[in-house]
Design a protein around this ligand. Structure first.
Ligand SMILES: [Zn+2]
Length: 218
């Protein structure tokens, strides 16, 4: 069996849910049609849930409602989902071990408005649960972006150009490392892809994207 009970079959590149044939070989990575056409730069994406009730509500409470205590159960759900996927026959069994956990950064303007970075709170939980190092000052976001959802693919990519920056003084902490970039929700994957581009440019070996939930985006 390719997936543990309760885990949906998903594209191993972008975490989009996929139909899985009963006789599909369980040792092959699942890759969706969109990723076959435009493969993301990140090695893989893993999410715990679809962005749907009740998780959409819980994530919105964490993100916009000041309910920062929700990072703990959400982080635990993501941790458990990652552990299941790493187990026998899981989608992550072929993956590199992660050296470093990074939260998806917020711009200073967004951080000042919200008071906290929900991705950092989730990343702290997951890193602690898995015994991994967390670095929240390595990847920076000097520029805020417009919302990506609804924009055509080419425009999303233009909109994101130059949004992320690796702190030049921190490059030695990144060189040759396998990195997990943690976010609350993956929507189009474009933002994660752009962050990944900067991380690889700055010397990361590879980037995996871990998030609580995935919207049906394609
Ligand atoms: Zn995909």
């Amino acid at each position: 069996m390719a997936n543990h009970a309760g885990e949906k079959p998903r594209c191993s590149c972008c975490a989009e849910p996929m139909a899985l044939l009963d006789d599909a070989p369980h040792d092959r990575r699942l890759i969706c049609a969109e990723c076959r056409r435009h493969a993301p730069i990140f090695t893989s994406a893993h999410v715990a849930f679809d962005y749907a009730f009740p998780w959409d509500h819980v994530i919105q409470q964490l993100k916009f409602g000041g309910r920062t205590e929700l990072a703990r159960p959400l982080g635990l759900a993501l941790t458990n989902s990652l552990r299941r996927a790493t187990g026998r026959g899981g989608e992550r069994q072929h993956q590199h071990a992660v050296d470093l956990v990074l939260p998806m950064p917020l711009s200073n303007a967004r951080l000042a408005e919200r008071g906290y970075n929900q991705a950092l709170l989730i990343a702290q939980e997951v890193a602690q649960n898995l015994g991994l190092s967390l670095d929240s000052s390595l990847l920076l976001r000097p520029i805020e972006t417009l919302h990506q959802a609804g924009l055509p693919r080419e425009q999303r990519m233009r909109n994101l150009s130059g949004v992320f920056m690796v702190d030049p003084a921190a490059r030695n902490r990144l060189a040759g490392r396998s990195v997990a970039l943690v976010d609350d929700v993956i929507t189009t994957g474009s933002t994660a892809n752009e962050a990944c581009r900067e991380l690889l440019r700055a010397g990361a070996l590879e980037v995996q994207v871990w998030a609580i939930a995935r919207t049906a985006a394609h």
